[in-house]
Design a protein around this ligand. Sequence first.
Ligand SMILES: [Zn+2]
Length: 84
Amino acid sequence: MSLRITIRCPHCEARAVARSSQKMSDTMREITYVCTNPLCGHTYVAGLEVLRTLSPSAMPRRGINIPFSPHVARELLMEQLQLI
Ligand SMILES: [Zn+2]
C-alpha cells in the first residue's frame, strides 16, 4: 500500500501539490507545497520526519537512533524481563 502524503493549505484548505523536497537529515525532509486554489496562491514548506519505531530494522545503521513507540518499548521490556 502506498499513500501520496499531502497537507492541505492551512489558509483555504484546498489541495496542495508538492513542488520540491530537500533532505535535511537521514530522518527529516522539507517539502515545498503550492496551494492549488488560484485565489489563494499560498506556497509553504512542511516537514516530514521519522518520529518513532514500530518494528525495528533488520539492517540497523550506526548513527540512526529512532526511539521506539512507547507501547513497543513496553512490550520489548516485558519480553526481556521474561528472559531473565
Ligand atoms: Zn490556499
